[in-house]
Design a protein around this ligand. Structure first.
Ligand SMILES: C[S@@+](CC[C@H](N)C(=O)[O-])C[C@H]1O[C@@H](n2cnc3c(N)ncnc32)[C@H](O)[C@@H]1O
Length: 275
């Protein structure tokens, strides 16, 4: 037995022993042994058909109008340089995630965005292959959405844990970065009305702080099936609406930490990969 093999096996053994019940459930969900990987070619054909239906749907047409309207608030005519998608979900096994994938592929094509990057810790091998066949890049590390930008970037985080959006805001907590973000995710307005401020502060403090300055455009959800695109909005941060860059509002704060959240942390992801 090679040294390398022994080292990996031992690492896996240690990881399995230290795995907590939540992680064990996650690991089982990712590896569902009785479920076969999908046939990539057949899936891609089905996805193309779904994309054809998607571009003709009222939902998509209205959504593109809403994104266009949100872009007008940014005044400059900068083009999207990239699309980043966090937490779309296991799209070969989940209806909502599949339709969201068709939506975001059509959006990428609509705006002619060259680069698309995806990350979800639950992607299985065939899902990664499908994205690669679509010329999309995959993040290999779990950055927990701590991803900062200096060019106009479209982020898609449909129905994702609040702390992912909170981390994204924290990473871009300066007007010159925030102005580049176009965010399609859970409505900030609905979130702000859903719980008390004390509870929201636990995982959404950056979302709460930026609320007075964000411009939100609700995406009308008249899609043929429910619970796929409900409660999503486009959020933009026009420079003119933000506090001035020298304002103490932007003072650098420690990276947010969370207890009891839905997000799969980088540490948990490391253990998941070893199970
Ligand atoms: C509530 S599900 C939403 C799935 C799908 N978009 C939907 O609307 O049904 C949240 C998703 O976030 C993903 N997620 C959790 N931690 C993440 C992380 N650190 N980075 C990216 N995605 C993450 C989960 O794996 C899951 O697919």
């Amino acid at each position: 037995m090679s040294e390398e093999f022994r080292a990996v096996t031992r690492k896996k053994w240690i990881a399995r022993r230290s795995i907590n019940p939540r992680l064990r459930r996650l690991s089982e969900r990712c590896n569902e042994k009785d479920e076969k990987e999908v046939d990539v070619d057949a899936f891609l054909k089905r996805l193309e058909q779904l994309c054809t239906q998607m571009v003709g749907s009222d939902y998509f047409i209205q959504a593109m109008e809403t994104v266009d309207e949100s872009l007008k608030a940014l005044i400059d005519n900068e083009k999207f340089s990239r699309l980043v998608c966090f937490g779309i979900g296991p799209f070969s096994r989940n209806f909502q995630a599949l339709h969201q994938l068709a939506f975001i592929i059509c959006t990428q094509r609509h705006y002619g965005i060259d680069e698309a990057i995806y990350f979800d810790p639950v992607f299985r091998e065939s899902e990664k292959q499908i994205l690669q066949r679509l010329n999309c890049a995959l993040m290999s590390e779990n950055c927990e959405a701590k991803y900062s930008v200096d060019e106009r970037t479209l982020f898609y985080l449909p129905h994702c844990p609040n702390c992912l959006t909170n981390n994204l805001l924290w990473s871009n907590w300066r007007p010159k970065c925030l102005k580049h973000l176009i965010l399609i995710n859970n409505s900030f307005e609905s979130l702000s009305l859903s719980k008390t401020e004390r509870l929201l502060r636990l995982d959404s403090s950056y979302i709460l702080d930026v609320l007075p300055y964000v411009k939100e455009y609700q995406l009308e959800d008249d899609y043929e099936t429910h619970n796929v695109f409900n409660d999503l909005s486009v959020h933009v941060f026009p420079m003119a609406s933000l506090p001035a860059s020298e304002n103490s509002f932007w003072n650098k704060r420690e990276a947010p930490t969370y207890t009891d959240v839905e997000m799969i942390s980088a540490e948990e992801f490391g253990k998941l990969r070893l199970t």
